[in-house]
Design a protein around this ligand. Structure first.
Ligand SMILES: [Zn+2]
Length: 140
């Protein structure tokens, strides 16, 4: 049953995933698959991410994570995996929902990135993961 649910999640996000793969190919990315997610990095991807209005280390598009380099893929893995799960829930509506939330926050004079509920969830999980790792390290 779990495999069936995972298959449906891949199909549900397929349009976004194909877009992510196309971006990776166009930007001469180096591909690897980690835990069922396609991770891509290249100097061209780095150049594009640096030009975002808010310069980014990585971006998730369906089951594809595009990052500046291999180190950024590792550093952002927990955060970006939350976005993968969000794509699995929202499908092709994820990007419109994300942008709508950002626009509403911006119009209210708030931070459309940090206060976006999709980002808040990702940072909360990332923080919990960091604290768990940090606590484990402190116990040693
Ligand atoms: Zn994020």
């Amino acid at each position: 049953m779990r495999r069936l649910i995972q298959l449906v999640a891949y199909l549900w996000t397929l349009p976004n995933t194909l877009l992510g793969i196309a971006c990776g190919l166009i930007l001469a990315g180096r591909f690897q698959v980690v835990d069922g997610v396609c991770e891509v990095h290249s100097p061209l991807i780095a150049a594009v991410l640096k030009r975002f209005p808010l310069p980014a280390s990585a971006i998730t598009v369906g089951h594809v994570v595009l990052a500046r380099d291999k180190q950024m893929l590792a550093m952002t893995r927990t955060h970006e995996r939350v976005h993968v799960r969000q794509y699995e829930r929202w499908g092709i509506m994820f990007v419109p929902a994300y942008l709508f939330a950002s626009a509403c926050l911006f119009l209210q004079g708030k931070d459309g990135y940090r206060e976006n509920p999709f980002e808040k969830e990702a940072y909360a999980v990332e923080g919990a993961d960091f604290n768990t790792t940090s606590n484990a390290t402190n116990r040693r």
